[in-house]
Design a protein around this ligand. Structure first.
Ligand code: PBG
Length: 328
């Protein structure tokens, strides 16, 4: 007996790769991808990061080479993290004009100009000897407002060294306003701020702390980063940052917070970024190394999922590799 109405056949549009490509709702292009890179002062050879196979702490020269490769692949941006030779309690290397990030930025700005967007992570944890994202008081607390002064100064140092987007990641209250005011006061009214607005206190940052040598020496970051149990709070953080002058907002990590990415995307009209963090990278690389998953397919699926959730921009350690694949 034939059905009274034609049976719906969604499979019709899945029959061939060409049809699937034609009707794909979400696409990934190299321009959406941002590559996080690490540069370490005093290195003579690039140093592999054990927990992030394929990722290195770079020397000045190897950074230039890898950045050039990212640009060749069409990557939309690079975000720079620096590991200084000397750390102290106030993170002095962070705003030193000859600090590792500023030196590397000047190299990249000279080599690459505006061929990609040179961004800088703006925080203190890579520069402090205690590994915290701010100034620590005598009783071991992070002093919000003393930290803002440091962030303001780092922002200006990064701007003067050629950063094209500063990305504050410390989750201090009022950081976007403090940085905006400092940048404007120093004549950098045109420099955009990408705020890490919804940044969670996440175990997925583990491998990054090896890469940036910034594991907290005591305590953790849960008095300033968000509780993984909360999502409404992300919207409050995002709106505060937009009120303070953020030009773009970020959700971090990405994979475990796709609901938050979607909610933020639906709530705002600025570009939304999501950061696929070190632990997300490490898990896929480790499982692939054991032969338990198909490495390329899993990487591509993880990235398209972040886009599908609503991120316009994806920060990923696979940016160069994925950029090659998505144009092929
Ligand atoms: C802080 C910062 C962190 C990451 C980016 N910026 C670490 C942290 O908050 O502890 C993590 C990125 C990653 O895990 O890939 N400067």
């Amino acid at each position: 007996m034939s059905a009274q109405f034609p049976v719906a056949r969604p499979r019709r549009l899945r029959r061939t790769p060409a049809l699937r490509r034609l009707v794909a709702e979400t696409r990934l292009s190299p321009a959406d991808l941002v590559l996080p890179m690490f540069v370490k002062e005093g290195l003579t050879e690039p140093a592999p990061i054990a927990s992030m196979p394929g990722v290195h702490q770079h020397t000045r020269d190897s950074l230039r080479k890898a950045a050039h490769e990212a640009v060749e692949a069409g990557v939309g941006g690079i975000i720079l993290f620096g590991v200084p030779a000397v750390k102290d309690e106030r993170g002095s290397a962070g705003d030193d004009p000859d600090g590792v990030v500023q030196v590397a930025l000047r190299d990249l700005a000279a080599d690459l100009g505006d061929a990609t967007v040179l961004m800088t992570d703006l925080c203190l944890d890579e520069f402090t000897d205690h590994g915290h994202c701010g100034i620590v008081t005598a009783d071991g607390e992070i002093d919000n407002d003393a930290t803002l002064e440091r962030y303001a100064s780092i922002a200006v140092a990064q701007a003067e060294a050629g950063s094209r987007v500063v990305a504050p990641s410390g989750m201090m209250d009022g950081q976007v306003a403090a940085i905006r005011e400092a940048l404007d006061g120093a004549g950098h009214e045109e420099l955009p701020i990408l705020a890490y607005s919804a940044k969670y206190a996440s175990a997925y940052y583990g491998p990054f702390r090896d890469a940036a040598e910034c594991a907290p020496q005591f305590g953790d970051r849960s008095t300033h980063q968000q509780d993984p149990a909360n999502a409404d709070e992300s919207l409050r953080e995002v709106f505060l940052d937009l009120d303070e002058g953020a030009d773009m907002v970020m959700v971090k990590p990405a994979g475990a917070y796709l609901d938050v990415v979607r909610r933020v995307r639906d709530a705002v009209d600025v570009p939304v970024a999501a950061y696929q963090v070190s632990g997300e990278y490490a898990m896929i690389e480790a499982a692939a190394e054991k032969g338990w998953i198909d490495r390329e397919r899993t990487i591509d699926e993880s990235l398209i999922s972040i886009r599908r959730a609503g991120a316009d921009i994806v920060l990923t350690y696979w940016a160069t590799e994925a950029a090659h694949r998505c144009v092929s």
